[in-house]
Design a protein around this ligand. Structure first.
Ligand SMILES: NC(=O)c1ccc[n+]([C@@H]2O[C@H](COP(=O)([O-])OP(=O)(O)OC[C@H]3O[C@@H](n4cnc5c(N)ncnc54)[C@H](OP(=O)(O)O)[C@@H]3O)[C@@H](O)[C@H]2O)c1
Length: 323
Protein backbone atom coordinates (compact mmCIF):
# COMPACT_ATOMS: atom_id res chain seq x y z
CA UNK A 1 0.00 0.00 0.00
CA UNK A 2 1.36 3.47 -0.94
CA UNK A 3 0.85 6.58 1.18
CA UNK A 4 -1.55 9.18 -0.31
CA UNK A 5 0.37 12.16 -1.71
CA UNK A 6 0.32 15.18 0.60
CA UNK A 7 0.54 18.96 0.30
CA UNK A 8 1.43 21.81 2.64
CA UNK A 9 -1.61 23.70 3.92
CA UNK A 10 -2.35 26.35 6.55
CA UNK A 11 -4.92 24.56 8.70
CA UNK A 12 -7.40 25.75 11.36
CA UNK A 13 -9.52 23.59 13.64
CA UNK A 14 -11.16 26.33 15.78
CA UNK A 15 -12.02 30.03 15.73
CA UNK A 16 -9.39 32.30 17.23
CA UNK A 17 -6.44 34.64 16.68
CA UNK A 18 -3.83 34.22 13.91
CA UNK A 19 -1.80 31.85 16.11
CA UNK A 20 -4.63 29.34 15.62
CA UNK A 21 -3.28 28.67 12.11
CA UNK A 22 -0.78 25.80 11.78
CA UNK A 23 1.12 24.52 8.76
CA UNK A 24 0.46 20.82 8.21
CA UNK A 25 0.84 18.12 5.60
CA UNK A 26 -2.62 17.02 4.43
CA UNK A 27 -3.77 14.78 1.57
CA UNK A 28 -3.91 16.43 -1.86
CA UNK A 29 -7.63 16.70 -2.75
CA UNK A 30 -8.94 14.79 -5.77
CA UNK A 31 -11.34 16.63 -8.11
CA UNK A 32 -14.88 15.22 -8.02
CA UNK A 33 -17.02 15.02 -11.17
CA UNK A 34 -17.47 18.53 -12.57
CA UNK A 35 -14.52 19.94 -10.60
CA UNK A 36 -11.05 21.17 -11.50
CA UNK A 37 -7.99 21.01 -9.27
CA UNK A 38 -5.79 24.10 -9.23
CA UNK A 39 -2.11 24.12 -8.28
CA UNK A 40 -2.21 27.35 -6.26
CA UNK A 41 0.71 29.75 -6.93
CA UNK A 42 -0.55 32.85 -5.12
CA UNK A 43 -3.27 33.61 -2.58
CA UNK A 44 -4.12 36.50 -0.28
CA UNK A 45 -4.71 37.13 3.40
CA UNK A 46 -7.71 39.43 3.49
CA UNK A 47 -10.35 40.86 5.80
CA UNK A 48 -12.79 38.08 4.91
CA UNK A 49 -10.22 35.47 5.93
CA UNK A 50 -9.41 37.29 9.19
CA UNK A 51 -13.12 37.74 10.04
CA UNK A 52 -13.80 34.06 9.32
CA UNK A 53 -10.80 32.98 11.41
CA UNK A 54 -12.20 34.96 14.37
CA UNK A 55 -15.78 33.78 13.74
CA UNK A 56 -16.84 37.44 13.62
CA UNK A 57 -19.44 38.84 13.29
CA UNK A 58 -21.12 36.04 15.22
CA UNK A 59 -24.14 35.79 12.89
CA UNK A 60 -21.76 34.92 10.02
CA UNK A 61 -21.21 31.58 11.81
CA UNK A 62 -24.58 30.54 10.38
CA UNK A 63 -22.56 30.08 7.17
CA UNK A 64 -19.09 29.24 8.51
CA UNK A 65 -20.02 26.93 11.41
CA UNK A 66 -21.58 27.72 14.81
CA UNK A 67 -18.98 26.44 17.30
CA UNK A 68 -16.06 25.64 15.02
CA UNK A 69 -15.25 26.51 11.42
CA UNK A 70 -16.61 24.12 8.78
CA UNK A 71 -13.58 24.73 6.58
CA UNK A 72 -10.14 23.45 7.62
CA UNK A 73 -8.22 25.75 5.26
CA UNK A 74 -8.87 29.48 4.72
CA UNK A 75 -7.98 31.53 1.62
CA UNK A 76 -10.68 33.03 -0.56
CA UNK A 77 -8.53 34.38 -3.42
CA UNK A 78 -6.39 32.17 -5.63
CA UNK A 79 -4.27 32.25 -8.78
CA UNK A 80 -2.58 29.19 -10.25
CA UNK A 81 -2.79 26.57 -12.93
CA UNK A 82 -5.29 23.82 -13.57
CA UNK A 83 -3.54 20.55 -12.83
CA UNK A 84 -6.29 17.89 -12.90
CA UNK A 85 -9.86 17.57 -14.18
CA UNK A 86 -12.80 15.73 -12.69
CA UNK A 87 -15.12 13.67 -14.86
CA UNK A 88 -17.08 15.57 -17.55
CA UNK A 89 -15.07 18.81 -17.36
CA UNK A 90 -14.50 20.27 -20.81
CA UNK A 91 -14.19 24.03 -20.16
CA UNK A 92 -10.59 23.79 -18.83
CA UNK A 93 -7.41 21.95 -19.72
CA UNK A 94 -4.45 21.03 -17.50
CA UNK A 95 -2.00 23.93 -17.65
CA UNK A 96 -4.64 26.66 -18.00
CA UNK A 97 -3.68 29.72 -15.94
CA UNK A 98 -6.67 30.73 -13.82
CA UNK A 99 -7.67 32.97 -10.92
CA UNK A 100 -10.80 33.27 -8.86
CA UNK A 101 -12.72 33.19 -5.63
CA UNK A 102 -13.76 30.53 -3.14
CA UNK A 103 -16.44 32.54 -1.31
CA UNK A 104 -18.07 29.86 0.81
CA UNK A 105 -15.60 27.00 0.75
CA UNK A 106 -12.21 28.81 1.02
CA UNK A 107 -9.10 26.60 0.70
CA UNK A 108 -6.49 28.65 -1.18
CA UNK A 109 -3.95 28.66 1.68
CA UNK A 110 -2.67 25.34 0.37
CA UNK A 111 -0.76 23.99 -2.58
CA UNK A 112 -3.86 22.53 -4.25
CA UNK A 113 -7.56 23.35 -4.18
CA UNK A 114 -10.58 21.87 -5.98
CA UNK A 115 -13.59 23.84 -7.13
CA UNK A 116 -16.47 23.40 -9.58
CA UNK A 117 -15.52 24.16 -13.18
CA UNK A 118 -18.67 26.31 -13.25
CA UNK A 119 -17.52 28.21 -10.14
CA UNK A 120 -15.83 31.60 -9.72
CA UNK A 121 -12.82 30.86 -11.92
CA UNK A 122 -11.62 32.59 -15.10
CA UNK A 123 -8.49 32.83 -17.26
CA UNK A 124 -5.62 35.07 -16.16
CA UNK A 125 -4.87 37.55 -18.96
CA UNK A 126 -1.76 36.37 -20.89
CA UNK A 127 0.74 38.98 -19.75
CA UNK A 128 -0.19 38.93 -16.07
CA UNK A 129 1.94 36.88 -13.63
CA UNK A 130 0.18 34.75 -10.99
CA UNK A 131 1.03 37.13 -8.17
CA UNK A 132 -0.74 40.04 -9.90
CA UNK A 133 -3.88 38.01 -10.49
CA UNK A 134 -4.98 37.51 -6.86
CA UNK A 135 -7.33 40.48 -7.01
CA UNK A 136 -10.87 39.21 -6.61
CA UNK A 137 -11.86 39.41 -2.91
CA UNK A 138 -11.98 43.19 -2.38
CA UNK A 139 -13.20 43.77 -5.93
CA UNK A 140 -16.13 41.39 -5.45
CA UNK A 141 -17.31 43.27 -2.36
CA UNK A 142 -16.80 46.61 -4.11
CA UNK A 143 -18.76 45.49 -7.17
CA UNK A 144 -21.97 44.99 -5.20
CA UNK A 145 -21.97 48.76 -4.62
CA UNK A 146 -20.37 50.10 -7.83
CA UNK A 147 -22.70 47.97 -10.01
CA UNK A 148 -25.45 50.42 -9.04
CA UNK A 149 -23.71 53.31 -10.82
CA UNK A 150 -24.70 54.62 -14.24
CA UNK A 151 -22.44 56.59 -16.59
CA UNK A 152 -22.04 60.22 -15.54
CA UNK A 153 -23.15 59.69 -11.95
CA UNK A 154 -21.02 61.01 -9.12
CA UNK A 155 -19.55 58.66 -6.57
CA UNK A 156 -17.48 59.26 -3.44
CA UNK A 157 -15.34 56.41 -2.11
CA UNK A 158 -14.27 56.91 1.52
CA UNK A 159 -11.26 54.77 2.41
CA UNK A 160 -10.09 54.34 -1.18
CA UNK A 161 -6.77 52.75 -0.15
CA UNK A 162 -7.90 49.33 1.14
CA UNK A 163 -8.62 46.21 -0.91
CA UNK A 164 -12.25 47.22 -1.37
CA UNK A 165 -11.60 50.95 -1.80
CA UNK A 166 -8.88 50.63 -4.46
CA UNK A 167 -11.14 48.25 -6.38
CA UNK A 168 -14.19 50.51 -5.94
CA UNK A 169 -12.43 53.49 -7.54
CA UNK A 170 -11.48 51.45 -10.61
CA UNK A 171 -14.83 49.66 -10.96
CA UNK A 172 -16.74 52.95 -10.61
CA UNK A 173 -14.55 54.51 -13.31
CA UNK A 174 -15.11 51.47 -15.54
CA UNK A 175 -18.86 52.13 -15.23
CA UNK A 176 -18.36 55.71 -16.41
CA UNK A 177 -18.87 57.44 -13.06
CA UNK A 178 -17.08 60.57 -11.84
CA UNK A 179 -15.15 59.46 -8.78
CA UNK A 180 -13.99 61.35 -5.69
CA UNK A 181 -11.56 59.27 -3.62
CA UNK A 182 -11.04 60.08 0.08
CA UNK A 183 -7.75 58.82 1.52
CA UNK A 184 -5.02 59.77 3.99
CA UNK A 185 -1.83 61.64 3.07
CA UNK A 186 0.23 58.53 2.28
CA UNK A 187 -2.29 57.36 -0.34
CA UNK A 188 -2.97 60.58 -2.29
CA UNK A 189 -0.80 59.62 -5.28
CA UNK A 190 -2.14 56.07 -5.32
CA UNK A 191 -5.76 57.27 -5.51
CA UNK A 192 -4.96 59.57 -8.43
CA UNK A 193 -3.08 56.75 -10.21
CA UNK A 194 -6.20 54.56 -10.00
CA UNK A 195 -8.10 57.12 -12.09
CA UNK A 196 -9.97 59.09 -9.40
CA UNK A 197 -11.17 62.40 -10.83
CA UNK A 198 -10.80 64.14 -7.47
CA UNK A 199 -8.74 63.14 -4.45
CA UNK A 200 -9.48 64.43 -0.94
CA UNK A 201 -7.16 64.06 2.04
CA UNK A 202 -9.26 63.19 5.09
CA UNK A 203 -6.37 64.23 7.34
CA UNK A 204 -6.45 67.85 6.19
CA UNK A 205 -10.00 68.32 4.92
CA UNK A 206 -13.45 67.47 6.28
CA UNK A 207 -14.83 65.46 3.35
CA UNK A 208 -18.36 65.60 4.77
CA UNK A 209 -18.46 69.30 3.77
CA UNK A 210 -17.90 68.74 0.05
CA UNK A 211 -21.55 69.53 -0.70
CA UNK A 212 -24.67 67.59 -1.62
CA UNK A 213 -23.19 66.39 -4.85
CA UNK A 214 -23.12 62.61 -4.90
CA UNK A 215 -25.42 59.93 -6.26
CA UNK A 216 -23.50 57.32 -4.28
CA UNK A 217 -21.33 57.60 -1.17
CA UNK A 218 -19.47 54.38 -0.41
CA UNK A 219 -17.80 53.95 2.99
CA UNK A 220 -15.33 51.32 1.77
CA UNK A 221 -13.53 50.92 5.09
CA UNK A 222 -16.38 50.99 7.61
CA UNK A 223 -15.05 54.03 9.46
CA UNK A 224 -17.78 56.59 8.69
CA UNK A 225 -21.57 56.55 8.99
CA UNK A 226 -24.73 57.55 7.21
CA UNK A 227 -25.17 60.35 9.77
CA UNK A 228 -21.78 61.86 8.84
CA UNK A 229 -22.22 61.37 5.09
CA UNK A 230 -25.86 62.42 4.79
CA UNK A 231 -25.02 66.03 3.73
CA UNK A 232 -23.13 64.64 0.72
CA UNK A 233 -25.95 62.60 -0.78
CA UNK A 234 -28.32 63.92 -3.43
CA UNK A 235 -32.05 63.27 -2.94
CA UNK A 236 -32.64 59.73 -4.15
CA UNK A 237 -28.94 58.89 -3.74
CA UNK A 238 -27.44 55.95 -1.89
CA UNK A 239 -25.14 55.47 1.11
CA UNK A 240 -23.46 52.06 1.03
CA UNK A 241 -20.96 50.64 3.51
CA UNK A 242 -18.82 47.57 3.98
CA UNK A 243 -19.56 47.32 7.68
CA UNK A 244 -22.54 47.40 10.02
CA UNK A 245 -21.90 50.99 11.19
CA UNK A 246 -22.19 52.43 14.72
CA UNK A 247 -24.84 50.47 16.70
CA UNK A 248 -25.53 48.43 13.51
CA UNK A 249 -27.07 51.63 12.14
CA UNK A 250 -26.44 50.66 8.52
CA UNK A 251 -28.61 47.59 8.96
CA UNK A 252 -31.61 49.14 10.67
CA UNK A 253 -31.46 52.33 8.59
CA UNK A 254 -31.30 50.19 5.46
CA UNK A 255 -34.50 48.45 6.54
CA UNK A 256 -36.18 51.72 7.45
CA UNK A 257 -35.34 53.50 4.19
CA UNK A 258 -36.30 50.57 2.07
CA UNK A 259 -39.80 51.09 3.50
CA UNK A 260 -40.00 54.88 3.47
CA UNK A 261 -37.28 57.23 2.37
CA UNK A 262 -35.61 58.87 -0.59
CA UNK A 263 -32.09 58.60 0.85
CA UNK A 264 -31.24 54.98 1.04
CA UNK A 265 -28.72 53.06 3.12
CA UNK A 266 -27.28 49.67 2.19
CA UNK A 267 -24.72 47.08 3.30
CA UNK A 268 -24.73 45.14 0.05
CA UNK A 269 -23.59 41.54 -0.04
CA UNK A 270 -22.16 40.50 -3.40
CA UNK A 271 -23.71 37.73 -5.48
CA UNK A 272 -22.86 35.84 -8.67
CA UNK A 273 -19.18 35.28 -7.93
CA UNK A 274 -18.67 33.27 -11.19
CA UNK A 275 -20.09 36.06 -13.36
CA UNK A 276 -18.11 38.66 -11.44
CA UNK A 277 -14.76 36.85 -11.83
CA UNK A 278 -15.32 36.49 -15.59
CA UNK A 279 -16.09 40.22 -15.90
CA UNK A 280 -13.00 41.07 -13.83
CA UNK A 281 -10.86 38.91 -16.12
CA UNK A 282 -12.15 40.94 -19.09
CA UNK A 283 -11.50 44.27 -17.32
CA UNK A 284 -7.93 43.22 -16.51
CA UNK A 285 -7.32 42.11 -20.11
CA UNK A 286 -8.54 45.55 -21.27
CA UNK A 287 -6.20 47.30 -18.81
CA UNK A 288 -9.16 48.76 -16.87
CA UNK A 289 -8.40 47.01 -13.59
CA UNK A 290 -5.23 46.18 -11.70
CA UNK A 291 -4.47 44.91 -8.24
CA UNK A 292 -2.83 47.22 -5.72
CA UNK A 293 -0.41 45.19 -3.63
CA UNK A 294 1.11 45.67 -0.22
CA UNK A 295 3.38 43.06 1.39
CA UNK A 296 3.93 39.49 0.20
CA UNK A 297 4.44 36.71 2.77
CA UNK A 298 5.53 33.13 2.11
CA UNK A 299 2.97 30.52 3.21
CA UNK A 300 5.33 29.63 6.06
CA UNK A 301 4.77 33.14 7.52
CA UNK A 302 0.98 33.17 7.18
CA UNK A 303 0.45 33.89 10.89
CA UNK A 304 2.44 37.12 10.47
CA UNK A 305 0.39 37.98 7.38
CA UNK A 306 -2.88 37.63 9.33
CA UNK A 307 -1.48 39.76 12.18
CA UNK A 308 -0.64 42.50 9.69
CA UNK A 309 -4.02 42.37 7.91
CA UNK A 310 -5.86 42.56 11.25
CA UNK A 311 -4.24 45.96 11.91
CA UNK A 312 -6.53 47.47 9.24
CA UNK A 313 -3.66 49.47 7.75
CA UNK A 314 -2.77 47.59 4.60
CA UNK A 315 -2.69 49.27 1.22
CA UNK A 316 -4.81 47.16 -1.12
CA UNK A 317 -3.98 43.46 -1.06
CA UNK A 318 -1.62 41.31 1.06
CA UNK A 319 -0.33 38.34 -0.91
CA UNK A 320 0.60 34.83 0.18
CA UNK A 321 3.22 33.17 -1.98
CA UNK A 322 2.51 29.43 -2.23
CA UNK A 323 5.69 27.37 -2.73
N1 LIG B 1 -16.98 40.75 7.63
C1 LIG B 1 -16.46 40.43 6.47
O1 LIG B 1 -16.53 39.29 6.00
C2 LIG B 1 -15.74 41.48 5.68
C3 LIG B 1 -15.12 41.07 4.54
C4 LIG B 1 -14.41 41.98 3.81
C5 LIG B 1 -14.35 43.28 4.27
N2 LIG B 1 -15.01 43.66 5.37
C6 LIG B 1 -14.93 45.04 5.85
O2 LIG B 1 -14.65 45.93 4.79
C7 LIG B 1 -13.79 46.94 5.23
C8 LIG B 1 -12.73 47.19 4.19
O3 LIG B 1 -11.98 46.01 3.94
P1 LIG B 1 -10.58 46.15 3.19
O4 LIG B 1 -10.00 44.80 3.05
O5 LIG B 1 -10.73 47.00 2.00
O6 LIG B 1 -9.81 46.99 4.31
P2 LIG B 1 -8.27 47.24 4.47
O7 LIG B 1 -7.57 46.91 3.20
O8 LIG B 1 -7.81 46.59 5.73
O9 LIG B 1 -8.26 48.85 4.68
C9 LIG B 1 -7.13 49.45 5.14
C10 LIG B 1 -6.99 50.83 4.53
O10 LIG B 1 -7.96 51.71 5.09
C11 LIG B 1 -7.33 52.96 5.37
N3 LIG B 1 -7.98 53.56 6.54
C12 LIG B 1 -7.85 53.15 7.83
N4 LIG B 1 -8.56 53.95 8.64
C13 LIG B 1 -9.17 54.88 7.84
C14 LIG B 1 -10.03 55.97 8.09
N5 LIG B 1 -10.43 56.29 9.33
N6 LIG B 1 -10.45 56.68 7.05
C15 LIG B 1 -10.09 56.38 5.78
N7 LIG B 1 -9.24 55.36 5.48
C16 LIG B 1 -8.79 54.61 6.51
C17 LIG B 1 -5.89 52.61 5.67
O11 LIG B 1 -5.01 53.65 5.30
P3 LIG B 1 -4.79 54.96 6.25
O12 LIG B 1 -5.07 54.54 7.68
O13 LIG B 1 -3.37 55.36 6.01
O14 LIG B 1 -5.77 55.96 5.74
C18 LIG B 1 -5.63 51.38 4.79
O15 LIG B 1 -5.03 51.70 3.55
C19 LIG B 1 -13.23 46.50 6.58
O16 LIG B 1 -13.76 47.34 7.58
C20 LIG B 1 -13.74 45.12 6.76
O17 LIG B 1 -14.17 44.91 8.10
C21 LIG B 1 -15.69 42.78 6.10
Amino acid sequence: MTDAPTMTAAVIDRYGPPETIALRQVPIPAPAAGEIRVRVRAATANRTDTATLRGYPFFARAMTGLLQPKMAILGMDFAGEVDALGEAVTAFQPGDRVFGLLPFTYGAHAQYVCLPATGAVAPIPDTLPFDEAVVAEGAWYASSTTDRLNPGQRCLVYGASGAIGTAAVQLAKARGAEVTAVVGTRHLELAASLGADHVVNYETQDFTRLGQDFDLVFDAVGKSSWFACRPLIKPGGLFAATDLGPYWSNIWLGGWYSLTGSRRVSVPFPEDAPGFVRSLSALMAQGKFRGVFDRTYPLADIVEAFRYVEQGQKTGIVRIDIP
